[in-house]
Structures are given as structure tokens and as C-alpha cells.
Design a protein around this ligand. Structure first.
Ligand code: ADP
Ligand code: MG
Ligand code: ZN
Length: 646
């Protein structure tokens, strides 16, 4: 919205004002041309000395056309624009009348034209427009210089105004809408109490934190929590996103921060919510190549504002980020965001509660057990779950059902997790074969790895971002990865590439993502977890895996070239070792690989149960049809969608 406005301004300058300016100039010049090089006094004297034989005076524009007796033969009238017509008439009318009275046969012919007022306006128009133009341009210039000055006046013009969402649309959110983060809510409860009854705290001299930082992955409900705090306390919720601050013109961000806090103080007690604070709150002084003055100014202004208002002024700043590591330490100092609340992905119970919240107004079929759904959605955030229930409802509608069935939720779940299936996407038989062996390779290898994640679904239906197919495991909840489990992951990752090499005698690019992940695991094992014997139990990674542009620029490795070579050698050794193990597994079970791949080519997608039946050699039954036949459309959509079981 704001951007549009400022763009409109520029468009106005270029497309309207400049042509107007040109027109003005032309009019001005043509007006000027009308003026003969005669002086007013000279004209008057020509009249009073009776040299004029005939004249016409346009009273509205002041344009005078006259002929002199001496010029009668030439027929070219003199023209003159009379600046003040009234005075002019006063000056000449007596002499003209006198002359006409005295010379009845040689009269001065004259005509006073009473033009409409408009033509008088027209003559003034260029001047007016010119004035308007100048005013407009100066306003524009002031705005552009912007709010580095930030005085009352230019803010009165609406510049640097932030778009704050009014509490009206958010006040309906309460803690009831936020499920599965009980500890977080407990911590925030205190803020609510303070906003409701600040006196209770101030009387006892208590200091309430000025700023609370919500940290957690996207979609875990940080924004929702902040809104709920405002909603619970009935306080206004002023929100802005860090990315909004990053504007074109220097100084705008800082002005917005100022404005935000000004509004908050007026409405106190109030919640100021800064989303994505990492966009503006990154370490200062790290900008590469000239840096980012705008961001730094904004950050500085934020710090100034947070220090500026009194501890108990009733404004509480809540910020959200998923990158607390990149925040400028100044932001985390006492008196600023000194309290951090981590918002985690929900656990099983949490997911169940969130599912309940998001199925409040959705009729569920009798076969739906949200507890089961919760168990099947490890790693889902609140936003994912919300999306899941929404997709399920859409599938049910498409299906012509009155309620959401368990099957709808299962289908929606793979949709949400893997992206939307692209059945229409045609790919060549060759590519299909390659994908089938690749995925079968992953699945079969995993089956023979002791205690490895059970296969939940294998598919060669292309989904989302260029993924050919996928093998989906039922993950086990575990908080740490052991050396053994990492080695198992490596073997299962190599399954795809090895199967391609063994069966098709050729390898594809499809495995590059697998190889990348395998390499990462090996590097971590060697440099982070000290799991390599030859390199030793030394950590060569400072735990700051991501190279943050600027800050880490020019950082030197804290180890020698010799060590570096050793690390590389170890990584290669681990990779080769795992590759060898994978090869051994698949060599021994080529028949199973073939069977699974053929089934995949046939059915495109097989579920965990069918997969187990294939592997165990038990009679291959069709996927258990525990669902009564679905309506045609959906039956086609999700043909052999599996039961998603543990
Ligand atoms: P974040 O700000 O952490 O990225 P949001 O608060 O924007 O996440 O969450 C997006 C949506 O996901 C919310 O509007 C809500 O519908 C849903 N959601 C997320 N977490 C929860 C939760 N704990 N309880 C209920 N719904 C949630
Ligand atoms: Mg958010
Ligand atoms: Zn793969």
C-alpha cells in the first residue's frame, strides 16, 4: 500500500506534471507574444492625442486591438494587452467621447467585448498551474529528503506513517486459539496480567520486561501468540514486519519505528509486535560493499525507542524471529528483548490439541481419530496442521461428502508434506523406470538395515519442486543421532544411486540431492561430532554451520591444510564405506529390488503395508480396502493412496 503510494507520486511527477509544465511554458510564451513592444503610457497617449481611429477592447482578457489614423492604409492593427483594464478605460474614455462628440463625421469606432469570466481564468491558468507545480514539487522533495528530519509537519503529511493493524480484527484471538504451547502461554500470561492491571505491578515496584522475543521455526504460532496476548488483555495490537522496514529511501524505516512507538504510547497499554525482526536486527557493521545504512538506521532507532520509554509505560514489545543467532547482541541486552521464549514444534499431544482447534468448525466423520492423525504428523507445525485440515476439508467437498473422512486426512497429509501430486505431468518411460529403481533402491535398502525407520510410502509420482519420486519413512521420535544411526542414514541415502548403477548400468542426476545430504552427514560426523578415529575427537566446526554473509566473510579456517586434507579423506572414506555396504545389501536382494520397482511402475505408489508384504513374500494382497469406495472423482485422484500406518 505504502509502496504504491510513493510509486504513484513518482508516476504523477513524470506523467502528469512534466507535460503540464511544458504546456504552461507554451501558454506563457504565446501570451507574451501578444504583447506588442509598446508602453502603456505610449498607448494611453496615442488615445488621448486622438491618433486612434478604431479599437476593440476585450474586457475579460484585456486584449486591445487598435488602428491609428496614420496606419489606416496598412490595415494591420496594433495589439496590446492592457494589464488593468479598468484604469485604462478611465484614462481613455473621456478623450474618446470628447473626440466623437467633436467629430460627428469622423468617429472613433470602438467596441468593448465582454468575454465570459472563463477566458480571464484561462489567461491566469498557466500561472496557477505553475504555482501548483512548484508546490507539488517541493512537497515531493521534502518527502524524498524524508524523515531524516522527521519533524511534525512531514508526518502530518502522512509520510513515514506505518501501517499498523488495528486491534479490531485481531482482538478475537485468545489463548484458546493457540494450542499445544502451554509453557509459552504460561510465560506470556504474566504480560497479559500486567497489561490488564499495571498498578498491581507498579505498586510493588515490579519491573515488567519491555521486550519479549519469540523464537521458533516458521508456522509454530509466534504471530498467533502475540495476537492472543493482545486479545487476552484487550490491548491494541500494533504490528509491523521487519521486511516492511527495508524501504527504498534512507530514513523511512527509522521514521516508521518512531511513528510506531508514538502510536503505541498514545494507545498504551499496547502491544507492539515486530515480525521477522531478523530482517532489521542483524549484526550491525557487517554489510558488504557499502553496507546497509537503511537497516542500521532502523535498528538504531529501534534501540533508541526501546530505551526511551519508561519501564512501566504500558508498552510491551513482542518480536518474532526464526534466526535469533543473527540478531545484533545490542537487541538482547537487558531492558530490550531480555526475555526469550522458544516456541517449538508441537509434540504429539500438542498436535492433537492444535488439530482440535482447527477442526472446531469442520464436521469430522466417525472414523477420524485426531490422536492417530497427531501420531502420524511428526514434525508438522501448527501452520502445517491448519493447512492439513483445510486440505482435508477441500478434498471432502470435492468428494461430495458432508464430513471429513480419515482417508481425506491421509490424502491431505501426503499433499501437505510432499507438495501436490502432479498426475498430469507426463514423463518418459525411461525416466519413470529410472525413478522406480531409484526409489525401490532406497526402500529395499532401508528394509534390510537393522532397526531403521519403516517405509511408510514409496511413490514415483512427481511432486513439487522437481522431485522425481520419494520414499517416505515413518520417522521415529529421537532427540539425538548416534554414530550408528547416521551410518544407517548414509546407507539408505545411497540406496537410490546404487540401484540405478546395479540395474540400469547408468547413473542419473536424480541422486544428487541424496549425495549432498550424505556428504553433509559425513562432514558433520568428522568435523562436528568427532566421530572419525583418524581425525580424532576434535571439533573443527564452530557450530556456526551457515556462513553468514559479511560476518563470516574472511573468516579463516581454524585448522591447517594438513588437517583439512585429513578431513576430506575421512569424509571420502565414510562415503565409500557406506556405498559399499549399500551395494552389498542390494546385490544380495536384487530380486526384491526388481519386484518393488516393477510394482512401482505398475501402481506408481505403494504403501507401507503392501511394501512389507512384497518384502516378506506374503501373498500380495491389494491395498486393504477398509474405506468404502469413494466417489469417482476422488477414487481417481488418490487411486491407491495407502493407509498411513505406523
Ligand atoms: P509464525 O508466526 O510462527 O510463523 P503463525 O502464528 O503465523 O506462525 O501461524 C500460522 C497459522 O498456523 C496460524 O494462523 C494458525 O492458524 C496456525 N497455528 C500455528 N500454531 C498454532 C497453534 N499452536 N495453535 C493453533 N494454531 C496454530
Ligand atoms: Mg509469523
Ligand atoms: Zn533418492
Amino acid at each position: 500500500m505504502r509502496k504504491n503510494l510513493s510509486q504513484n507520486w513518482k508516476a504523477a511527477i513524470f506523467y502528469i506534471l512534466i507535460p503540464v509544465l511544458l504546456i504552461c511554458a507554451v501558454l506563457f510564451m504565446s501570451n507574451q507574444n501578444k504583447r506588442a513592444d509598446v508602453k502603456y503610457s505610449e498607448v494611453v497617449s496615442q488615445f488621448t492625442t486622438n491618433q486612434v481611429s478604431e479599437f476593440e477592447l476585450d474586457l475579460s482578457s484585456g486584449l486591445l486591438r487598435y488602428k491609428l489614423f496614420s496606419d489606416k492604409k496598412t490595415d494591420a492593427p496594433k495589439t496590446y494587452t492592457v494589464p488593468s483594464v479598468g484604469y485604462f478605460i478611465d484614462d481613455i474614455s473621456d478623450s474618446v467621447k470628447e473626440y466623437n462628440a467633436a467629430n460627428p463625421d469622423n468617429q472613433i469606432v470602438y467596441n468593448y467585448k465582454k468575454g465570459a469570466g472563463s477566458s480571464w481564468l484561462v489567461s491566469l491558468l498557466p500561472t496557477l498551474l505553475f504555482g501548483v507545480l512548484i508546490v507539488a514539487m517541493s512537497i515531493w522533495a521534502i518527502r524524498r529528503m524524508g524523515n531524516t528530519i522527521g519533524n511534525e509537519n512531514n508526518r502530518a503529511l502522512g509520510f513515514g506513517k506505518i501501517k499498523t493493524k488495528n486491534s479490531a480484527d485481531d482482538s478475537d484471538k485468545t489463548f484458546e486459539d493457540v494450542a499445544g504451547c502451554e509453557e509459552e502461554k504460561d510465560e506470556l500470561e504474566e504480560l497479559v496480567n500486567f497489561l490488564k492491571q499495571p498498578e498491581r505491578y507498579t505498586q510493588l515496584g515490579a519491573r515488567i520486561p519491555k521486550g519479549v522475543l519469540l523464537v521458533g521455526p516458521p508456522g509454530t504460532g509466534k504471530t498467533l501468540l502475540a495476537k492472543a496476548v493482545a486479545g487476552e488483555a484487550g490491548a491494541p495490537f500494533l504490528s509491523i514486519s521487519g521486511s516492511d522496514f527495508v524501504e527504498m529511501y534512507v530514513g523511512v524505516g527509522a521514521s516508521r519505528v518512531r511513528d510506531l512507538f508514538e502510536q503505541a504510547k498514545k494507545k498504551a497499554p499496547a502491544i507492539v509486535f515486530i515480525d521477522e525482526i531478523d530482517a532489521v536486527g542483524r549484526h550491525r557493521g557487517t554489510g558488504m560493499g557499502g553496507g546497509n545504512d537503511e537497516r542500521e538506521q532502523t535498528l538504531n532507532q529501534l534501540l533508541v525507542e526501546m530505551d526511551g520509554f519508561g519501564t512501566n509505560s504500558g508498552v510491551i514489545v513482542i518480536a518474532a524471529t526464526n534466526r535469533p543467532d543473527v540478531l545484533d547482541p545490542a537487541l538482547l541486552r537487558p531492558g530490550r528483548f531480555d526475555r526469550q521464549i522458544t516456541v517449538n514444534r508441537p509434540d504429539t499431544k500438542g498436535r492433537e490439541d492444535i488439530l482440535k482447534v482447527h477442526s472446531r468448525n469442520k464436521p469430522l466423520g466417525p472414523d477420524v481419530d485426531l490422536k492417530e492423525v497427531a501420531k502420524d504428523t511428526i514434525g508438522f507445525t501448527g501452520a502445517d496442521l491448519e493447512n492439513l485440515m483445510n486440505e482435508a476439508a477441500i478434498l471432502a467437498v470435492r468428494n461430495g461428502k458432508k464430513a471429513i473422512s480419515a482417508q481425506n486426512i491421509a490424502d491431505a497429509s501426503s499433499r501437505v508434506e510432499m507438495g501436490t501430486e502432479k498426475k498430469s505431468h507426463k514423463y518418459s518411460e525411461k525416466a519413470k523406470r529410472l525413478t522406480a529403481y531409484h526409489e525401490a533402491g532406497h526402500a529395499v535398502t532401508s528394509f534390510y538395515i537393522e532397526d531403521y525407520h519403516p517405509v511408510k510410502e514409496v511413490s514415483i509420482i512427481p511432486r513439487g519442486l522437481g522431485a522425481g519420486g520419494y520414499t517416505w519413512y515413518t520417522p521415529q521420535e529421537e532427540n539425538f543421532e548416534s554414530k550408528l544411526s547416521m551410518e544407517k542414514s548414509l546407507i539408505s541415502l545411497f540406496g537410490g544411486r546404487v540401484a540405478e548403477a546395479l540395474v540400469l548400468g547408468d547413473i542419473s542426476t536424480g541422486a544428487s540431492n541424496d549425495l549432498q545430504r550424505a556428504t553433509e552427514i559425513c562432514r558433520d560426523m568428522v568435523t562436528k561430532y568427532g566421530m572419525s578415529e583418524s581425525v580424532g575427537p576434535v571439533v573443527y566446526d564452530d557450530g556456526n554451520g551457515e556462513v553468514f554473509l559479511g560476518r563470516d566473510y574472511g573468516k579463516v579456517n581454524n585448522y591447517s591444510d594438513e588437517t583439512s586434507a585429513k578431513i576430506d579423506a575421512e569424509i571420502e572414506r565414510l562415503m565409500r564405506e557406506a556405498y559399499g555396504k549399500t551395494e552389498a545389501i542390494l546385490q544380495a536382494h536384487l530380486d526384491k529390488l526388481e519386484l518393488v520397482a516393477q510394482t512401482l511402475l505398475d501402481k506408481e505408489k505403494i504403501n507401507g503395508e503392501t511394501f512389507m508384504a512384497l518384502m516378506n513374500g506374503t501373498a500380495v494382497q491389494e491395498a486393504p480396502a477398509d474405506e468404502p469406495a469413494e466417489a469417482e472423482t476422488v477414487a481417481e485422484e488418490v487411486a491407491e493412496t495407502p493407509e498411513t500406518e505406523q
